[in-house]
Design a protein around this ligand. Sequence first.
Ligand code: URA
Length: 218
Amino acid sequence: MTLPAGDKQTRWDALLAAVLADPTCRAHVRPGKKVVLGVGSLDAKIMFVGEAPGAEEEIQGEPFVGPAGQLLTKMIQGMGLARAEVYIGNIMNWRPQMPTVDGREQVGNRPPTEDEIRYCLPYLRAQIEVVNPELLVALGSSATQGLLGFKSFKALGDVRGLWHEFGGKPLMVTYHPSYILREPSNRKKRLIWEDLLKVMERAALPITDKQRGYFLER
Ligand code: URA
């Protein structure tokens, strides 16, 4: 994917136009639904990478606006940042399709396949190139598979909480917010939070004692 010369906004606008016009992306969204590119500050220090648009995202054309997105937004605020200060992208630009009954709305989501991820990865690379964040945070298995490689880990628990690298950028791997939505517990919240504390340290964000102690009570 070759981006035009120019400032960040010009390059991002060109990228958005390319993604929205991509016949493969378009072929994967149902009528009335949207192809989704990332959102946020083009000067963000931190870029989050999620899996794929879900029901709400393919309607609004924006990543992480459904229940998992609301939780991600709270996590970002817990880091002392506003959602608009970071960049939020996905490894996929369309909602992975599942069969529907009699043309009704799709119920539920499935993880993207390796081929689907491979197809969309150049668009994520292009977003990283434009935004040029200091560091990346992969949320969940699909994003991690895309960024680290499909056979690079057995269980996400083996690679989360550790610094990796993608395209020359430090990459922190953590669980997807939906991991908490499925079964909210302070133990699980703390696991993600510890990974985010590492991100805050590396990004030189201020950390209060209160923030260090979030979710410690079980
Ligand atoms: N989950 C994701 O991984 N990405 C979204 O955009 C929404 C939910």
